[in-house]
Design a protein around this ligand. Sequence first.
Ligand SMILES: *[C@@H]1O[C@H](CO)[C@@H](O)[C@H](O)[C@H]1NC(C)=O
Length: 245
Amino acid sequence: ADSSTGLQEINRITVKNAVVCFVLLPRFLVAAVVFWLLDFLCIRKRFFFRMKEQGGDAIDPPLCISDSNRLFSLESLKAVWHGQKLDFLKAARLGRGAPNTEVVRLQDQRRSRILDCAQGARPLILNFGSSDTAVVYIEEAHPSDGWTSTDAPYQIPKHRSLEERLSAAHLIHLEVPGCLVVADNMENSSSAAYGAYFNRLYIVQEGKVVYQGGRGPEGYRISELRDWLDQHRKELEKTDNNLNV
Ligand SMILES: *[C@@H]1O[C@H](CO)[C@@H](O)[C@H](O)[C@H]1NC(C)=O
């Protein structure tokens, strides 16, 4: 019986992988073609010029790539595939319970749970892979031994151990000293559960996902986060006023 359940498990995984490939292949190929085109500098310049003209909100980090960084490479395509796959398989869904994955605290290297970062009913902002607000440090988007980028603020290799990941997370903590920084575990549980790679924003309130940002870097919008918080504050003020009447 054991070997037949083992076989069933293998079958299940094979079917799942086949479905993932089938669904993701079209969008992966589109991304690959776009990367290939963007390696022609004239096209790249036009593309980013157009993006700048369309404007976006000033607080959103602009997409930019130095001319010397090639986009189309084995490492970059591997990274894109990895990110699309995590996004497709993520457990976090808007309006549903937030996955309570394991994280590692920087100050004492103790393991704790991501929702333990919340303070009561206040919205908890989860900022994966970027150093703008409270931060969950995950696997490097641009490791120095993978899809390298000279635009990255630090040159950090792929973390081979938790110590390496924590010491890289320390660099981020130095940039945003007021923020709570925790690191993903080496199984990359949070990155997987939240589809957080390359970077992504979430708001969790009372254990529920109340805001799910798009997949970064294109979908990483601090303006959306700000709008959500503004709206939330207005609603709080409204209920406060009602209580005072
Ligand atoms: C987690 O991410 C690291 C890159 O930082 C990678 O080397 C490692 O294989 C990943 N672990 C798993 C279980 O996927």
